[in-house]
Design a protein around this ligand. Structure first.
Ligand code: FEO
Ligand code: CA
Ligand code: CA
Length: 697
């Protein structure tokens, strides 16, 4: 029905979530060099010199070290960057590492169950359709209305944080986004136009973000959500957002409905995000292209916007989703941004920060430099697209729990410098043969630089105004020779070491004819299983040079057709892992990886994995949980000090139909039991908490 997919997700995921991105030509057609070509990239060098002045000269010349042996950079922990300021919002009591577990076995892709280690149990905190404001807004899948959905928890929750309130540690705010909708399982089929329009309005209200107040009886006890709490909030495709930064008010974002170019209705396809030290949440608008009908421009093509009808059909009920409608040519320019929502100020409109560029955003992970300047790491999840970083112009007020500091800190992302990454490998190109075999120096590694695109409202890219470089960031990054990556998803700094981890989820087009070949930072041809890169900034997050190495080449080590790499840890002792997506850390600095796509690659349900980073067990991968059939594991939150793990279970059972569901997560009925009349018999995307069985409720 939805066409062929290439070894990763179900066809439904590809169609709805990514607008069949994998079945289409990857939109980065540029011939900007791989890093093996950079030594000879005089063109790129001249472009930078013209645009960036003498400061850039030093950086560019300094990057021409292909084949050299970079000195091992010291692990940098920017003073006070995390664990103090940011840790305040976690409510943590210091890492006791209270999350010991025996890894679970991989779970077959047809199993419709949520699997946890022995000694642990799970339950949901909140599910799609649960009421936020009034217990009377009862979920009834067969009778959903837009008005009800706007007052209930949304669909396909992706980014998640559980922000323990520093002044009330038995209370927390759950902040989650809602990436997309699966209409094939949410609604009965219909040929009735009015009913179809109603479904689409429900879907609009099921997108966006939720803020939900939680309580618990004591530290370490499971959380419950509170209906009707004043913090509870829904932001959807129809609620108000404010544009900030250099593009706010620009002609490039004006529409007939918003001649000011400053107010946007809605947010779309929110994926990975981040929580700021000042207690707000960032959320990346990812595959926004799938909601718009374009006019066939080159700029639209670079962002994957096609001229065809969309699978969501929003353009059939709202003219702004079709750029061919007069006055709405620019509506798509108002999506593809990092959104900042303040869960502690329920009346504030969320802000879309244009200074952080427009692309298919993943992450938004903050690290604070020694100077107090704030850096934000971001991925652009597309085959052959780029890794970015933003550094604020102003410095953070470290007194983050003082309400007086918040107005200043909430302005930090409105002005600064946007960079894109260029990686250089240190091994001869001939040793990177596309198989994943480690080169003779023993590592996939090298150096890199952050190339500035826009600094404080001034473009550094020849031929682009600042507004153009921010609205068409992919094209600006093409022009400066950024490194084409294997779909950078989440990007997270380790609070213990300051090192930054990048999940490149996969790229089956790597090395195919006419496409960029394998290189040292994307070293596998037809990269089915993805990899994780470890970056060490030479100075701190504010700097412009770094070193890097590959931590993991993912896959099933027992598959003779796959070459994996686990930083030297014995492959026979790791849990198989594929398609790394979201990243998190526990208080001891262990990396936790959630996956999206294992059923299509290694045949197992997606899961959450702990990876040891330091000591003799570096590279050890241990599976902690598995999500149900056809679901993706998202938004892991690790509160190991409480012995608790939280994940979003996104798109369970999405290959089903209304009448033939394939998952019943999370409200399973005991075998042989009969569901009560009126019970919803289908899956509900949910927030799950995992904790030790003995605690119970
Ligand atoms: Fe929404 Fe790139 O995952
Ligand atoms: Ca090397
Ligand atoms: Ca994802």
């Amino acid at each position: 029905m939805f066409g062929h997919t290439r070894g990763k997700r179900s066809a439904v995921t590809c169609h709805l979530k990514c607008d069949d991105a994998c079945a289409k030509h990857a939109p980065n057609e540029t011939a900007n060099p791989t890093f093996h070509e950079i030594a000879n990239a005089a063109l790129s060098r001249r472009m930078l010199l013209r645009g960036a002045g003498a400061g850039a000269l030093t950086l560019v010349v300094g990057s021409q070290l292909v084949g050299g042996a970079p000195e091992a950079a010291a692990a940098v922990r920017p003073a006070g960057s995390r664990g103090g300021w940011d840790g305040a919002w976690r409510g943590g009591k210091g890492g006791s590492g209270n999350l010991r577990f025996a890894p679970i076995a991989p779970v077959d892709q047809l199993v419709d169950d949520f699997t946890v280690p022995e000694g642990y149990t799970w339950d949901t905190i909140i599910r799609w359709g649960d009421p936020l404001f009034d217990v009377a807004d009862v979920f009834d899948a067969a009778h959903q209305t837009p008005e009800l959905q706007a007052r209930q928890f949304g669909y396909n929750n992706d980014y998640l944080d559980i922000i323990v309130i520093p002044w009330a540690t038995d209370e927390a705010l759950l902040v989650s986004n809602h990436e997309y909708t699966n209409h094939n399982i949410m609604f009965p089929e219909t040929a009735d136009a009015a009913m179809l329009a109603c479904y689409r309005k429900v879907e609009m209200e099921a997108h966006g973000l939720s803020v939900v107040h939680l309580t618990r009886e004591r530290d370490g006890a499971p959380w419950s959500y509170t209906v009707g709490n004043p913090y509870n909030r829904r932001h959807t495709v129809t609620t108000e957002f404010t544009l900030s930064g250099p593009v706010a008010g620009s002609d490039l974002v004006k529409t007939v409905a918003d001649p000011s170019g400053r107010t946007v209705f809605g947010t779309l396809n929110n994926c990975a995000g981040g929580t700021t030290p000042w207690g707000t949440v960032l959320s990346g608008e990812e595959n926004f292209n799938g909601y718009f009908v374009g006019r066939g421009t080159d700029q639209e093509a670079r962002y994957g916007i096609s001229t065809a009808a969309t699978s969501y059909g929003f353009e059939t009920i709202d003219p702004r989703f079709d750029a061919n409608n007069a006055g709405y040519e620019q509506e798509a320019h108002r999506f593809g941004w990092i959104v900042e929502v303040d869960p502690f100020e329920p009346q504030d409109a969320p802000v879309k920060h244009t200074a952080l560029g427009r692309f298919k955003h993943e992450a938004g992970s903050i690290q604070v430099g020694a100077s107090g300047h704030v850096g934000v790491y971001m991925g652009d999840d597309e085959r052959f697209d780029y890794l970015y970083k933003f550094v604020s112009k102003d410095t953070m007020d470290p007194d983050v729990l003082n309400p007086a500091s918040r107005p200043h800190n909430k302005q930090l992302l409105t002005d600064g410098t946007l960079y894109v990454a260029r990686f250089t490998g240190d091994s001869p190109a001939a040793e990177i043969d596309g198989t994943g075999t480690v080169p003779s120096d023993g590592a996939f590694d090298g150096t890199g630089e952050w190339i500035p695109l826009v600094r404080e409202g001034v473009s550094l890219v020849p031929g682009f105004t600042a507004e153009e470089a921010l609205v068409f960031t992919r094209l600006a990054a093409d022009a400066v020779g950024a490194t084409k990556m294997d779909r950078p998803e989440d990007v997270q700094p380790n609070p213990k070491t300051g090192k930054v981890y990048v999940a490149c989820t996969n790229n089956t087009n790597r090395g195919l004819e006419g496409r960029a070949p394998a290189d040292e930072v994307n070293p596998r041809t037809a990269n089915r299983d993805g990899h994780v890169i470890e970056i060490t900034e030479d100075a701190d997050v504010t700097g412009t040079t770094f070193s890097w190495n590959i931590l993991l080449l993912c896959g099933d080590p027992s598959d003779p057709d796959t070459t994996t790499y686990f930083s030297g840890f014995p492959a026979e002792k790791v849990s198989p892992i594929s398609c790394p997506d979201n990243l998190a850390f526990d208080s001891r600095g262990n990396l936790w990886i959630s996956t999206d796509g294992q059923p299509g690659t290694i045949g197992y349900n997606d899961g959450l994995f702990k990876v040891t980073l330091e000591g003799p067990e570096r590279g050890r991968v241990e599976q902690f949980l598995a999500v149900p059939r056809e679901a993706e594991t998202c938004g892991p939150v690790i509160h190991d000090e409480d012995g608790m793990v939280f994940v979003n279970v996104q798109h369970p059972g999405e290959d089903g139909t209304w009448t033939e569901q394939t998952s019943y997560f999370p409200d399973y009925v005991a075998e042989g039991a009969t569901p009560a009349p009126g019970d919803w018999r289908g899956p509900r995307p949910s927030v799950v908490q995992v904790y030790r069985s003995k605690r119970g409720r």
